[in-house]
Design a protein around this ligand. Structure first.
Ligand code: ADP
Ligand code: ZN
Length: 714
């Protein structure tokens, strides 16, 4: 039995991570105790580790049931890249490969075996399983994407149903079910179908704190907004559209605008080719219908944009949740238009079953509530899953830019009385034309230029009137015909507004000027440049091995490399996401890119000393201490210290040993080697209270000067 305090070190050894994500440790401990488990964690929460680490710590083989070949391939690649014995068996393999994998399993070289459910339950495999149990033992069955057993989930797969056999045939082997679907009904189904035995149920929060949510109103040039939003984003992203036609259209436009975009929908024959290009960063944007779904295991998707309305809040959550699985900041943006509601409404109307219609309609309304809502978006989403999230998340548009709620009762009265004057026979556009005093042919043809409401709304723009009109519709204060003409009709509620019995409040979305902080921060630019270089190297290594780049290192790991700029393999191996195996495999290549970058980006101070610095140098050479120089020059000791460290960094003849005692210098140097020399703070933190910033700064200057001398010599 493994000691639990050793779990952290096992996590570092096998996966290179230093801390567990919420829930992981307890789940792993229970798995090690052979408990049956149901693990419900949002996408990106780190479910896989919950069965992978126990598999590595227990003797025998863990059998992982996974519905899609792409998912198996992806996980096996990642594991192998960590130097872990993992493989899969499926129908794509030739006989010889299958044989050799089976051999490896029986020789105990494999800790995790991925199979599809139909294969696992086949007679041939069951016979093989008996041999495995006798020779190496089976540590457990991990059922990934376990919601596939339930007809109530969004991805029912009949093959999953038969998995109940496992419990009957192998009562002694624990079963771990994992899913990202939260509804109570699906959870119940999983426990029943898989016949889990007194399972421990782990329900982790569905809050995806690293995803920033926003909604943008679609206007005529919404494509330009989309393009702009994509240009502002770093890294890869997905744009979801409702129809194949729209997918094609947007893909073509984006390509014409120089964005590396690809299309994905059920009608494209080389879908999987496009998917691979996206996974490998050969395309930046995937424009897709919802057919682009479960197989997408890419952790570094930086944004998911819904260019059309999703069908339900659950699908919106699943789709937007494909962003930021690596825990790094990511964006979800929904482009919302009133016209889209009509399209979906129409599609719902086509359904023959009235019950289905009602459910679909309700789901649509929940999406509209989300899009139209002026409260925290996260609160709305989590509320949908029955999770209470109170307060301000500071990471959604409504929390960051609260929309002012304004009282538009008078405008609403104008609008509604205009609907009445036009005899409830026209749509919104015509009503707005009349309010704004248009003399168009249509207005004159109906004599509407003579109405008392003609021109009473010139003070508002057509967009503002539209915002009001939509708000009235959504608040049920006016009705609309459902014959496709969208004729506005007054209802009971309209009359209460007209009779001044009800006030009208609407959220006004003023186009707030975006204040963009000038990016004059050179350090940030440099950091981005190094990040790009490391990405390139990662891509090159990934291509050589035919795996997606994130299998080599996650974005977050590259970021830490940029921050720390490790100079040695030991420092490199300490980075989160790097284990010993990876440090051995890739350390040299990454270190040389970092060092090369470091050399070509010397700090700006590396030119020649200025007059003030030279004056300090002169006094130093006369043997004065820092305090004495400070007194003589009427500067603070801190400034003199800064002069001397800058001089040291320029390889000027400053005697470091007069300033910092040698043993102290050695210890400070060690701390610099560990933390890099970019920032003093981590060095100070390593050294603790016995060392002050002054001496650290001096030693750093000396160290930088030495580096420069060495480069000149080589
Ligand atoms: P899920 O299956 O729940 O969607 P994954 O298991 O694929 O999520 O994990 C998502 C990402 O998080 C992966 O890149 C994984 O390597 C990473 N990850 C998992 N556990 C940790 C951890 N403890 N520390 C850092 N990263 C982790
Ligand atoms: Zn919020």
């Amino acid at each position: 039995m493994v000691q639990t305090q050793h779990l952290e070190s096992a996590l570092k050894d096998f996966f290179g991570y230093s801390v567990f994500r919420p829930g992981q440790k307890q789940i792993i401990e229970e798995a090690l105790n052979n408990q049956d488990l149901l693990v419900i964690m949002p996408t990106g929460g780190g479910k896989s580790l919950c069965f992978q680490l126990p598999a590595l710590l227990k003797p025998g083989l863990m059998i992982v049931v996974s519905p899609l070949i792409a998912l198996m391939q992806d996980q096996v690649d990642s594991l192998q890249d960590n130097g872990i014995g993992a493989t899969f068996l499926n129908s794509t393999l030739d006989y010889a490969t299958e044989r050799s994998r089976q051999q490896a399993i029986l020789q105990g070289k494999i800790k995790l075996l991925y199979v599809a459910p139909e294969r696992l339950l086949s007679e041939r495999f069951q016979a093989f399983l008996q041999v495995i149990i006798q020779r190496v033992g089976v540590t457990g069955f991990a059922i990934d994407e376990a919601h596939c057993v339930s007809e109530w989930g969004h991805d029912f797969r009949p093959e999953y149903r038969n998995l109940s056999q496992l419990r009957r045939q192998y009562p002694q082997i624990p079963v771990l079910a994992l899913t990202a679907t939260a509804t109570a009904r699906v959870q119940e189904d999983i426990v029943q179908q898989l016949q889990l035995r007194q399972p421990k149920i782990h329900l982790n929060s569905f809050n995806r704190a690293n995803i920033s949510y926003s909604v943008e109103t679609k206007t005529k040039n919404s494509y330009q907004h989309l393009l702009q939003a994509i240009k502002e984003q770093p890294g890869a992203g997905i744009v979801y559209c409702l129809s194949r036609r729209k997918v094609e259209e947007i893909t073509n436009k984006l390509q014409a605008d120089g964005i590396k975009a690809l299309a994905y929908h059920a009608g494209i024959s080389d879908r999987s080719g496009n998917q691979t290009k996206f996974l490998r960063d050969d395309a930046r944007v995937m424009v897709a219908t919802i057919a682009f779904g479960m197989g997408i295991n890419k952790p570094d998707v930086r944004f998911v944009f819904h260019y059309d309305l999703p069908r339900s809040l659950e699908s919106f959550y699943q789709e937007s949740g494909r962003a930021g699985r690596d825990g790094e900041p990511a964006q979800s943006k929904l482009f919302f238009s009133f016209g889209d509601i009509k399209t979906i409404d129409y599609l719902i109307g086509q359904k023959s079953d009235p019950n289905e219609q009602r459910i679909a309609k309700q789901q649509l309304n929940q999406v509209i509530d989300y899009a139209e809502g002026s409260t925290c978006r996260r609160t709305i989403i989590l509320g949908y899953f029955g999770e209470r999230f109170v307060g301000n998340c500071q990471n959604c548009d409504n929390c960051l830019n609260p929309k002012p709620i304004e009282n538009w009762t008078i405008e609403a009265q104008k609008f509604l009385s205009c609907v009445a004057r036009c005899e409830q026979r026209f749509g919104m556009k015509h009503i707005i034309d009349v309010l704004r005093g248009s003399k168009s042919k249509k207005v004159q043809q109906y004599g509407h230029h003579l109405l008392s409401t003609h021109g009473i709304g010139k003070d508002k723009t057509p967009e503002e009137w539209k915002t009001l009109g939509r708000a009235l519709l959504h608040q049920g204060l006016v009705a609309e015909s459902d014959d496709g003409y969208r004729v506005l009709k007054l209802n009971k509620q309209s009359w209460t507004v007209l009779r001044k019995q009800q006030e009208v409040q609407i959220a006004i979305n003023r186009n707030q000027e975006k204040i963009k902080a000038a990016a004059n921060n050179t350090y940030r630019e440099e950091a981005e440049a190094l990040f790009e270089k490391l990405r390139k190297l990662r891509k090159q290594i990934a291509d050589e091995q035919s795996v997606p780049p994130y299998v080599i290192f996650a974005d977050s790991t590259l970021k830490v490399m940029v921050q720390r700029q490790p100079q040695t393999k030991i420092a490199f191996a300490k980075i989160s996401g790097v284990n010993e195996y990876k440090a051995e495999q890739y350390g040299e290549q990454f270190l040389s890119v970092i060092q090369e970058f470091w050399r070509s980006h010397q700090p700006k101070t590396s030119s020649s000393p200025n007059e003030s610095q030279l004056a300090t140098l002169k006094l130093h050479q006369q043997g004065l201490s820092i305090k004495e120089i400070a007194t003589q020059r009427e500067f603070s000791p801190r400034t003199i210290c800064q002069h001397l460290s800058d001089l040291l960094a320029m390889s000027q003849p400053v005697e470091i040993n007069q300033l910092v005692a040698r043993p102290r210098k050695e210890i400070i140097l060690k701390a610099i080697a560990k933390n890099g020399d970019q920032s003093l703070k981590p060095i100070k933190e390593t050294l603790g209270d016995n060392y002050n910033y002054e001496e650290i700064r001096l030693v750093r200057g000396w160290w930088q000067g030495e580096q420069k001398k060495q480069q000149k010599n080589t």
